[in-house]
Design a binder for this molecule. Structure first.
Ligand code: SIN
Length: 318
């Protein structure tokens, strides 16, 4: 083991995080009790569930499934409505770690309204979620580059806070290039990638049934199922953006080594979804200890030192 005691703290857009490992928006962060539990845990931040203007009960049950390979969800943005969350921000800040708000407006002007309220409430950062795959009749804005541009321009006008964008997974280089141009030209400050892979289907062969009920059984894939796609998205954005925008990598972080792989690929921090739902907020104590160990083993003093240090595999001609 290298002779260092690694820190797991990091900084994104001037905001200091006691750990580079925290919850992804959507995982165990809907109720005020959930948010306090994150505050009391070793999570590096409190990320509030993606909010809409009004309270939403979300999609029908069962809407979550987890197995040994990952998860499938069609939650449908259950949330208390932004006003309840904004009112709780001063109390959440007492936990002494950054508070990040996430928004996904359903109607025109909703995102701008919510961002302005969160600015006033004193959150540290905001995330514009362009990628929920689970709302019937509402496509994922992140696949419509012109609409994303317009939305982010409008959002940028109303918030001076560090503004991140939560993206769906992309699969073709042209998609990464289009979205990278949108992000830089609209003044986004950081990237959150990936949201779940939409329209996936998990089948229980015993019962011959779909495992979740809403949206015809189709939902967003997460956890171990998506880690290679998440790492590819982190890496592609880091390369195309020339390392200029910090990236929060989300997808398949269930162990310290998974977080380390996200850092190597280009992330500054990681969001945890499936593992948090499976294990509860105690997962952060384990992940922090494991990340510290793997950083030490590889001789990195902090997460930022490992960022983007991924090496190419040497090849020989066939
Ligand atoms: C959901 O609430 O359906 C999941 C959140 C998301 O995908 O953004």
């Amino acid at each position: 083991m290298a002779d260092i005691e690694a820190s797991i703290a990091t900084e994104i857009c001037g905001v200091k995080f006691p750990s580079a490992v925290f919850n992804a928006a959507g995982a165990k962060d809907v109720s005020l009790e959930d948010l306090d539990a994150l505050g009391q845990s070793e999570a590096g931040a409190i990320v509030i569930k993606t909010a809409t203007k009004e309270f939403r009960a979300g999609n029908d049950l069962p809407r979550w499934h987890a197995d040994g390979s990952g998860s499938l969800n069609s939650m449908g943005l259950p949330n208390l409505g932004y006003e309840r969350y904004a009112a709780a921000v001063p109390r959440l800040k007492e936990h002494g770690k950054p508070v990040i708000a996430s928004v996904s407006g359903i109607g025109e002007g909703d995102n701008e309204l919510m961002l302005a309220a969160y600015d006033k409430a004193g959150v540290d950062m905001v995330e514009v979620n362009l990628s929920c795959p689970n709302i019937a009749g509402k496509g994922q804005l992140g696949y419509d580059y012109a609409a994303s541009r317009k939305m982010l321009e409008n959002c940028r006008r109303v918030t001076k806070l560090p503004m991140g964008v939560k993206l769906p997974p992309y699969f073709d280089r042209s998609q990464f290039e289009e979205m990278a141009a949108v992000l830089t030209e609209t003044g986004a400050d950081f990237v959150v990638t990936i949201n779940s892979i939409g329209n996936a289907l998990v089948i229980d062969p015993e019962t011959e049934e779909k495992v979740i009920a809403p949206n015809g059984g189709l939902g967003g894939l997460g956890g171990g199922y998506v880690k290679p796609t998440a790492l590819g998205n982190v890496h592609m954005f880091d390369q195309i953006l020339g390392g200029k925008l910090p990236i929060i990598g989300v997808g398949g972080v269930a162990a310290g080594t998974d977080a380390f792989e996200h850092l190597l690929a280009g992330a500054s921090a990681v969001g945890v979804g499936t593992a948090l739902v499976n294990e509860g907020p105690a997962v952060f104590m384990r992940l922090n200890a494991e990340l510290r160990t793997v950083l030490e083993e590889h001789g990195y003093a902090e997460p930022a030192a490992a960022r983007g240090k991924l090496k190419d595999k040497p090849g020989t001609s066939a």
